[in-house]
Design a protein around this ligand. Structure first.
Ligand code: RFL
Ligand code: PHB
Length: 389
């Protein structure tokens, strides 16, 4: 088989890139290791920056998001039972959209189907070849046979554990990493959200986050030791702990119910540079990971797609490769800013195992300064709603 752009990974970044390129008349094939049901069962991001919202509209998949998503003008921050609000709309004139990654992926698959886009599921042993030549190709196994796709470019949208990044020689690739000494216990429950906007809570027992998917679906997170056995967190233990960590008025309003999903995720910051090697380009989690405290992971994948899509358009429409040559540097400039913001939100809001004395007072002062200063709040708001592409 031959295509122009072979995309490895059928998560949100691979799907939206193939959708945008297809709309622009550029042929793509997406190779996904898992089944569609598996991809759609992953519960992850919940907050879209305004830039990501516009990208989805541009890809022709914004209709259900605009109907069913929730536009949020701000968030609450809380520390030791006291809360204050960051008003994005007043401070920076922008908002975010609360719309789950599962819904985004579902809309993208529906759009790919409607356009006859080629997404090959259960593609095993996906391997890129000849990436430093003008004729790269990708092989994979399916139904007991080996298949080959010849292409102009290979795009690695295959997440942190994918194969694409491993194709770049270690002598070329620089990686930067911070692993945080805790995890997030996430719970999805069919109950009304406790608050109309998200609550990020700093507490001496650890961080807590109250988020949501819709008026009868809540998403909550607790900072926990990353190696905690999940059985320890019975529904009752989870609700009790959440109530302790958020302000009393919110705790009093919580509607509890059975958890329909419960898991513990590690937190890390990771950046791989460069994001291009020959005819291979990395996008999204394949190149970088942020801790979820700033709600940036999916949004960064979207801005990478934006830069790469524009660069591929210049290449195919105008035979101009300058933007492709500049892709890695351009994407990384924005990635590092979101990496900084996600690190800052994480260090400001979590309790670290060795946190005492000086570190503790600095964290308290960071929050007190934020509460008292419109300028500090505007900096948080500018980053949270998303820096411009
Ligand atoms: P994905 O979603 O990991 O998709 C990669 C796809 O590639 C496939 N794959 C392969 N296919 C073929 N061959 C191989 N060898 C392959 N290896 C892997 C995988 O099966 C998969 O389908 O990467 P992508 O598209 O770059 O998207 C990134 C986002 O999924 C991720 O950044 C976000 O989910 C991060 N994230 C959040 N981001 C936000 O913007 N806002 C949030 O509020 C937010 N909350 C979160 C999050 C991530 C979380 N976890 C558990 C990681 C909350 C959590 C708890
Ligand atoms: C979510 O709703 O899953 C969510 C929201 C905000 C975050 C992280 C996750 O910072």
């Amino acid at each position: 088989m031959r295509t122009q752009v072979c995309i490895i990974g059928g998560g949100p970044s691979g799907l939206i890139l193939s959708q945008l390129l297809h709309k622009a008349g550029i042929d793509t094939v997406v190779l996904e290791r898992r089944t569609r049901d598996y991809v759609l069962s992953r519960i992850r991001a919940g907050v879209l920056e305004f830039g990501a919202v516009n990208m989805l509209r541009k890809a022709g998949v914004g209709a259900r998001m605009d109907r069913e998503g929730f536009v949020h003008d701000g968030v609450y921050l809380a520390a030791q039972n006291r809360g204050f609000r960051i008003d994005f709309k007043r401070l920076v004139g922008k908002q975010v959209m609360v719309y789950g990654q599962t819904e985004v992926t579902q809309d993208l698959y529906a759009a790919r189907d409607a356009m006859g886009g080629v997404v090959i599921h259960q593609a095993e042993g996906v391997t890129p070849h000849d990436l430093k030549t003008d004729a790269p190709f990708v092989t994979y196994h399916r139904d007991g046979a080996e298949h080959r796709i010849d292409c102009d470019y290979v795009i690695g949208c295959d997440g942190f554990h994918g194969v694409s990044r491993t194709c770049i020689p270690a002598s070329v690739l620089n990686t930067y990493e911070r692993v945080y000494p805790f995890g997030w216990l996430g719970v999805l429950s069919q109950t009304p959200p406790v608050s109309d906007e998200l609550i990020y809570a700093n507490h001496e027992r650890g961080f807590a986050l109250c988020s949501m998917r819709n008026e009868n679906l809540s998403r909550y997170y607790l900072q926990v030791p990353v190696d905690d056995p999940i059985e320890k967190w019975t529904d009752a233990a989870f609700w009790d702990e959440l109530r302790r960590r958020i302000p009393e008025d919110a705790a009093g309003r919580i509607v509890t119910g059975a958890a329909i999903e419960k898991s513990i995720a590690p937190l890390r910051s990771f950046v791989a540079e460069p994001m291009r090697w020959g005819r291979l380009f990395l996008v999204g989690d394949a190149a970088h990971i942020v801790p979820p405290t700033g709600a940036k992971g999916l949004n960064l994948a979207m801005s990478d797609v934006h830069y790469l899509y524009e660069a591929l358009l210049s290449r195919y429409n105008d035979r101009d490769e300058a933007a492709l040559d500049g892709y890695s540097a351009c994407a990384l400039a924005r990635i590092w800013k979101s990496t900084r913001f996600s690190w800052w939100m994480t260090t400001t809001l979590h309790r670290f195992p060795d946190q005492a004395g000086f570190d503790q007072r600095i964290q308290e002062t960071e929050l007190a300064y934020l509460e008292s200063s419109d300028i500090a709040q505007a900096a948080l708001a500018e980053n949270y709603v998303g820096l411009p592409y």
